[in-house]
Design a protein around this ligand. Sequence first.
Ligand code: PLP
Length: 473
Amino acid sequence: MPDLTPDEFRTLGHLFVDAVADARAGIEHQPVRDDVAPGTVRARFAREAAEHPAPLAGFPELVEAVTGDADTRWQHPGFHAFFPANASLTSLLGDLLSGAAGAQGMLWSTSPACTEVEQAITDQLARALGLPEDFTHDGGGGGAIQDSASSAALVALTAALHRAAPDPECGWRVRGVTGRERVYVTSETHSSLAKAARVAGLGGTGLHTVPCSPGTRSMDPAALRAAMRADAEAGCVPVLVCATVGTTSTGASDPVAAIVATAAEHAAWVHVDAAWAGVAALCPEHRWVVDGVAGADSFCTDAHKWLLTAFDASLFWVRDAAALPAALSITPPYLRDAASASGAVVDFRDWQIPLGRRFRALKLWAVLHGQGLSGLRAHLRGHIALAGELADRIRRHDDLELACEPVLSLVCLRASAGDTATTALLERVNADGRVLLSGTEIDGRPVVRVAFGAVGTNREHLEQLWDILTATP
Ligand code: PLP
């Protein structure tokens, strides 16, 4: 048979699991990022695929030989760049079960388990995050796990475009965009919103960049009101406002409640992008993260960033369960189904762009089962405490300064000596190999970002980072 037998799988599976465990156990002794020239890995492959089978027993060693010196180790505890992407071993166990199920959960009937576990888990998480009950499947809305926050933004925009069409029965789906639709963001909004507007066909003029309040990196609600009114008076249709909680660059947040109130004047959709920060609402002391979300139409946070869950697991909730199918459902004969027609089930194909979908909820379930909410809170609080301590040390240090106040587990800093020194600091720290940081800009000036959040990052890694940051060049 063109596959392993279950017994062969059992034997090889143990070898592969050993390889994963060994790699994690030894990760800290490797550099966070290998120094590799472009093309190095590709050059190790033959031009043509192998004609004959080879034993899989040596495959982990082969992968290590071909790729092991050409990696950026996102699971390294010294990885403090971008936003870390947790792939906890707990979630990998769930992912194994998900891959093994091999289910396509596009319709309820194509995998009732896939659909209903996802409904149950997103309802549990909505409650744990303090989202209003109407974001749950029980409460008339619901959550669907998307591959990424970028896809969630596109799905939200698609629903918003449909809702804003003059004939909501078939308007946008039939008519397409007119070029008069407007989406409101700030200069700090993640680029995935601009991409969503582009994919939706809104063109360059479709994206309206609203100024931030003076001295902040948060959307100015008065400027939003003025922009929406001016657009409406000019015959444009305000379709969606994206409010970010925890921007990618600096962790700034937009005033969600004020944005909701302004958007309501034009019946525009409010999407809250809390891709990184949103999971912090699991901790009661950080519930501010969901302030104002009760009035929004959709909310997104990535479990694959900071919630111990391997990519891809972007949690996306809407307040109106009918909004996504209204915009996205297309039913050819080969997808017709009695359960769907009964209206008693959710078909998640209508809550996303692709048709097929895997059983992603299993890895989240494994995380919730294996860690409990208390374990997740401890994980988040540990990193937030490290950021607080790093910020305090920077405040007291003569050669370093905070570029802005820290937010949750994100600290933005500069060298006091100026921009050239800041750029040199980032290069020097990353050249060390034991840690990896990334950069950004505030008001055109370079900034070094420290985003604590990798699974194994603890106090020792703060000490290590501090030694490297403050070492004499
Ligand atoms: N939104 C924000 C605020 C982000 O920080 C990011 C990524 O860092 C994204 C969206 C995009 O996330 P994804 O990779 O899940 O599309």
